[in-house]
Design a protein around this ligand. Structure first.
Ligand code: ZN
Length: 400
């Protein structure tokens, strides 16, 4: 593969013969060809090529040992096939990969931060640096330096050298277990790397390198998320539109959006907090009212009530158990229906066993702590039938 990806790395259309073909247990066809220019997924941290074989879509390209297998959902009948690599995807991947070389070399030259690993996904790419010291200022400086290299339109050259020459050349990083001939990717005056991946021909083709964010990993490294080229432009378009829509909605300038949203978010949180406090205060009145209107039967007091607000129901259940020796059935159909059944310590009726019987009978989710059991219903019908049983057989009322 490394040899094949040499000066012919821009071969996008070629004929080949199928040497081996098998279907895996997911029904996907795996093809081995006598020659291929498809780059495999994950090699060197980058994404693989996509395209077609005899017009059938290539869903993935994997390297197993020395073999490169092309994965297709449909069978290809002929032995000789025409392969076409998707240039748009190859270019996108090459932009990200070349951008990574530039980014890694700038981090190393300016801040002595070495790249430990590189990973590319469909959405973004990351490098792990051997430092935890990364600030907004450093990130901005790195982006500007990368941009300098991009607009300088430096050539990206690919060639092979003997393994024995490697130690005398100023490579950014030298991996172990090198083959006899190693593939060099040289960005003139910028970076010298050993790499088997796909790259653009000139730094200008990278277009833009944008750092998205970073996070600490393994306690001593930093993972930097970034986008290059078309991905960076698309990201800018998306974020620009989100920001403009938000600023129009709030009728303020873009620069003030963050402060305004932050302030309104804080106010909202304070309102939620106040509402919660008011609910708690209201609970003691509701509980007293429920107790006063409870149905008295066989020495116990029974309460049945439905709530619009599930949080309020939970507060009431907790307060009832604490304050009164009553048997209660509280329900809500706001969202998924649920019932809370409980009793005070001295209430005689074993409402908890009653709840557990229904839980088993209707295969309900739910559980309890101390004297309260909560039952969760998947549909309204079973909720209604249990409620009907409570009304008819326990409360002996027509409707509450
Ligand atoms: Zn590379």
């Amino acid at each position: 593969m490394r040899e094949e990806m040499g000066e012919k790395s821009m071969t996008l259309k070629f004929k080949a013969n199928i040497l081996k073909k098998f279907v895996n247990n997911e029904g996907l066809f795996h093809l081995k060809l006598d020659r291929t220019y498809f780059y495999p997924d994950g090699a060197g941290g980058q994404l693989g090529d996509r395209g077609t074989i005899n017009g059938k879509r290539v869903l993935g390209v994997i390297k197993q040992g020395d073999e490169i297998l092309h994965i297709l959902a449909e069978d290809v009948k002929n032995k000789e096939v025409l392969c076409e690599i998707d240039l748009e995807r190859r270019f996108d991947v090459s932009q990200q990969h070349t951008g990574q070389h530039i980014l890694s070399t700038v981090f190393q030259k300016k801040f002595n931060a070495h790249t430990l690993s590189f990973h590319m996904s469909e959405e973004y790419s990351t490098i792990d640096l051997d430092t935890i010291y990364l600030t907004k200022e450093i990130a901005k400086e790195v982006e500007m330096k990368c941009f300098e290299y991009i607009i300088a339109a430096k050539d990206v050259k690919i060639y092979f050298v003997d393994k024995s020459k490697v130690s005398s050349m100023p490579f950014r990083k030298i991996p172990q277990n090198l083959p006899a001939k190693v593939r060099v990717v040289e960005i003139t005056g910028v970076d010298l790397s050993l790499c088997g991946g796909t790259h653009v021909k000139n730094t200008a083709e990278v277009g833009l390198i944008k750092i998205l964010k970073w996070e600490k990993v393994k306690g001593k490294n930093t993972r930097v998320y970034f986008l290059c080229g078309n991905r960076a432009i698309k990201d800018y378009q998306l974020k620009n539109s989100i920001l403009y829509n938000t600023s129009n909605m709030l009728s303020i300038g873009i620069k003030d959006v963050f402060e305004k949203v932050k302030r309104e978010h804080e106010e909202l949180m304070a309102t939620f907090k106040m509402m919660r406090r008011l609910k708690r205060e209201l609970v003691s009145y509701i509980v007293d009212e429920l107790y006063a209107n409870a149905i008295v039967k066989d020495g116990d007091r029974y309460i049945l009530r439905q709530f619009k607000d599930a949080e309020m129901m939970r507060y009431v259940a907790a307060e009832l158990v604490k304050k009164y020796d009553v048997v209660f059935f509280l329900g809500t159909t706001n969202g998924k229906p649920s019932l809370m059944l409980g009793k005070g310590d001295k209430a005689k009726y074993d409402v908890l066993s009653y709840a557990m019987n229904w839980k088993e009978r209707l295969a309900l989710r739910g559980g309890g702590k101390r004297n309260i059991i909560t039952l969760l219903f998947e549909e309204k019908g079973s909720f209604e039938s249990m409620l009907g049983d409570i009304k008819q057989n326990i409360m002996e009322v027509k409707d509450v």
